[in-house]
Design a protein around this ligand. Sequence first.
Ligand code: AMP
Length: 120
Amino acid sequence: MASDCIFCKIIKGEVPSKKVYEDELTYAFHDINPVAPVHILIVPKKHILGIQEMESEDRELVGHMFYVAKEIADSLNLNPDESLKGGYRLVFNVGRDAGQSVFHLHLHLIGGRSMSWPPG
Ligand code: AMP
C-alpha cells in the first residue's frame, strides 16, 4: 500500500467508491468519469505502479485481473454471443503518453456502446 495513492485509499475504504466486486487479490469499482455506459476499473490490492513495473511474480495476478473482468462482463451480459455480437474493451494505459493518470495498476472494462478502432 502506498499512503499517497488514491486507489490504495479506495481499497482501504478511506475514499468512497461504487464497488462492483472484491476478492482477496482484487477490487473493482465504477470509474468516476465514465467514457461509456459501463466503465469499471479492476485494481490489484497490491500496489504496482503500472504494467511498466510488473514483475515476473505478478503474472498470475495480472491473469487473475483479466479473469475477474470476464466474470464481471458475464454478470452484466456483456460477453459476445455465439455470433460474436456484443462485447467490450479491456485496456491498460501504460505511461502518460498512453493516457495513464493514476499510477496504481488498473484494468479498464469499457462497454455498453460500440467503439471504433484505432483508439485516439
Ligand atoms: P488511467 O487514465 O488509465 O490512469 O485511468 C485512471 C482512471 O481512474 C480514470 O478513468 C479516472 O476517471 C479514474 N479515477 C480517478 N479517480 C477516481 C476515483 N476516486 N474513483 C473512481 N475512478 C477514479
